[in-house]
Design a protein around this ligand. Structure first.
Ligand SMILES: Nc1ncnc2c1ncn2[C@@H]1O[C@H](COP(=O)(O)OP(=O)(O)OP(=O)(O)O)[C@@H](O)[C@H]1O
Ligand SMILES: [Mg+2]
Length: 371
């Protein structure tokens, strides 16, 4: 008898389970609430099927049969009720998550729904919060870069126009014969050559910077002695230091090997040293040091500029930053590209560059891993 009942109940149960699974498959894109209701209905139907099997086998009859049937029916209804309440909670939680998503402001900060969420939805909510934060930071960086680029274009076109206008005036004077005494003619020629050099340097810097920004600046790394690099740089800028009346000294450990592109790194160091010389008054001193400390190589340039205003310190490496409020280029005024290029080169070498005020001026430091 018991074998029969189990067989019938199991058979009916299997059929109902198969129907339930098929239904769930059809409904797999529907709400979790619907799925939970199907699960509850399958449970109730399978239980009822078992009871039907028992009554069919006539174990119980008459009054007891009705009692069993109604108890099972009530139990099923209670289960179904709980399942529906649960389904509502899940649906409500997922709606509140969607609502939070729809409320994300243009600034892009995702505020998770205040009500507690089931674990899986909570995980999604946390992941969304992080994704939005990353997106927001990316947008911010992009906006900053875009406005820097716009400023750069405005300033550079100004800086290109000013010397061009000067050169045009001189060329016209030479052409018309207005300037004809040999002294003035020679002075104009020298002046024009200086301006042409300056413009060529600026165009070169812009090209370098655009390569840095495009990420196409690939240093060709070879084992390079930082000491030799310092010596070469000092030799190259010595005439400028002499012209400006600045004492230039170098102190380099004999062995500070780094893995670097000597040409690029040399350019970065030269930008620092030229700045230092330009900002140090005549009679002042610029000291360039290269030392090995543990596993890092440290190159520093100390000048006598009298210090950079604290507020400007974090901005000196920004593209087109030049400190002074008036943006009229002086006779040797730069475009504010040198330090941005230096930083791009150093970072392409996995190094760091920074500046602090120290002693009579400021101290620029490049650190690189020792080779
Ligand atoms: N050694 C320094 N001492 C004092 N101020 C400095 C020094 N180096 C840079 N600065 C400040 O930082 C600004 C940016 O320097 P950066 O080298 O990027 O541009 P620049 O020298 O003005 O022009 P460029 O290098 O393109 O010819 C300078 O204009 C100056 O205000
Ligand atoms: Mg410079």
């Amino acid at each position: 008898m018991i074998v029969q009942i189990v067989a019938v109940a199991a058979g009916l149960g299997l059929v109902i389970a198969a129907l339930g699974l098929a239904l769930l498959r059809v409904l797999r894109r529907r709400s979790i609430g619907v799925m939970l209701a199907v699960v509850a209905a399958v449970t109730v139907a399978a239980t009822l099927a078992g009871v039907v099997a028992i009554t069919l086998a006539m174990i119980i009859d008459g009054g007891p049969k009705n009692i069993v049937l109604s108890v099972v029916a009530i139990g099923g209804l209670v289960g179904l009720g709980v399942a529906l309440v649960n389904a509502r909670t899940v649906v409500h939680a997922s709606r509140s998550l969607v609502g939070a998503l729809e409320r994300v402001p243009p600034s892009g900060r995702f505020t998770p729904p205040p009500a507690p969420l089931p674990a899986e939805l909570q995980t999604i909510s946390t992941a969304l919060e992080q994704a939005y934060e990353r997106l927001r930071l990316g947008h911010e960086r992009e906006r900053a870069l875009e406005s820097a680029r716009r400023e750069l274009v405005a300033w550079v076109s100004h800086d290109l126009r000013t010397p061009l206008a000067g050169m045009r005036a001189m060329v016209e004077a030479l052409e018309d014969g207005v300037a004809d005494d040999p002294e003035t003619v020679k002075r104009y020629h020298v002046q024009i050559r200086v301006e042409v050099d300056r413009l060529a340097g600026m165009v070169e810097d812009l090209f370098e910077l655009s390569r840095i920004h495009a990420g196409t600046l690939r240093p060709r790394l070879t084992r390079t002695g930082l000491g030799d690099l310092v010596a070469d740089t000092l030799a190259a800028v010595e005439p400028l230091a002499r012209a400006e009346g600045v004492h230039l000294t170098g102190e380099a450990d004999p062995r500070v090997p780094v893995s670097a592109d000597a040409g690029q790194l040399g350019r970065a160091v030269r930008n620092l040293v030229v700045n230092a010389i330009r900002h140090t008054p005549a009679g002042g001193t610029v000291v360039v040091r290269a030392v090995a400390e543990g596993t890092i190589a440290r190159l520093s340039v100390l000048d006598g500029c009298g210090g950079i205003p604290e507020a400007d310190l974090p901005r000196v490496f920004d593209v087109a930053f030049r400190g002074e409020a008036a943006r009229t280029p002086g006779p040797d005024g730069g475009a504010g590209l040198g330090l941005a290029i230096a930083r791009g080169i150093v970072e392409a070498h996995d190094g760091e560059i920074g500046v602090v005020n120290e002693g009579p001026g400021c101290l620029f430091t490049i650190t690189l891993p020792l080779a």
